[in-house]
Design a protein around this ligand. Structure first.
Ligand SMILES: C[S@@+](CC[C@H](N)C(=O)[O-])C[C@H]1O[C@@H](n2cnc3c(N)ncnc32)[C@H](O)[C@@H]1O
Length: 210
């Protein structure tokens, strides 16, 4: 497995050398994420997009007036490109460059969104991710997760991926989260290849299971 710094170099190189229409995960329509995220419910509501890349989801979150928006990504290049696109609206967004595996959240979050990041994690990295999410998301808050489905690709951007159905996700997250909703999406890449995804909404339990 690559060290975190090598993985960061890998993703920086992807974002510096490829156009948006050369990225398999690129989508022009963020409506599925927005529907599952919902609207901010109070004046202190917070959302984090983990592995945000150059996704335009944040543009909509700013439009929807989320009071606190955090974007986290291993790739500085991706976050720089996003900030450039947002222009003066970038000031409304907290940017965190680094691996989710080292992140220490500084505030509770109402929603954690992850599209196509968790499936890159293997072994103990997954336990670390779940533990960080459980710490970051307030009880009753939601984790909106999209991973490759059980019949999805075995790699992405040259890196091996794990594939999940809803039972698998429930098992991985079940000590701290309850599955409240799931759906399947067949994402179509810019070059018309089909990639099945499992989407899950997991609610942070009031009390973790012993
Ligand atoms: C397939 S892209 C998805 C990007 C974005 N979520 C979207 O839907 O367009 C995966 C993203 O996860 C980031 N990433 C990969 N491993 C990560 C990690 N351990 N911590 C934080 N970000 C990571 C990559 O830099 C990349 O931006």
């Amino acid at each position: 497995m690559l060290a975190a710094v090598s993985v960061a170099d890998h993703w920086d190189s992807v974002y510096r050398n490829k156009a948006d229409d050369e990225l398999s995960w690129m989508r022009t329509d963020a409506s599925r994420s927005l529907r599952l995220i919902g609207s901010p419910t109070n004046s202190d509501a917070a959302i984090v997009d983990v592995g945000a890349g150059t996704s335009t989801l944040v543009d909509h979150l700013v439009d929807d007036q989320w009071p606190h928006i955090t974007l986290l990504d291993l790739s500085a290049a991706a976050l720089e490109a996003t900030c450039c696109r947002l222009a003066d609206r970038c000031a409304d967004v907290e940017l965190v460059t680094g691996t989710i595996l080292d992140w220490q959240p500084q505030r509770p979050y109402d929603v954690w969104h992850d599209r196509a990041v968790f499936h890159f994690l293997h072994g103990s990295e997954r336990e670390w991710y779940v533990s960080t999410a459980a710490q970051a998301i307030r009880p009753g808050g939601r984790l909106v997760l999209a991973t490759f489905a059980h019949d999805g690709p075995e790699s992405c951007s040259g890196l091996p991926t794990q594939r999940y159905d809803t039972i698998g996700l429930s098992q991985v997250f079940g000590d701290h989260f309850a599955l409240t909703h799931h759906e399947r999406e067949v994402h179509v890449t810019p070059w018309a290849a089909e990639q099945p995804f499992t989407w899950a909404v997991l609610e942070r339990r009031q009390v973790s299971r012993p």
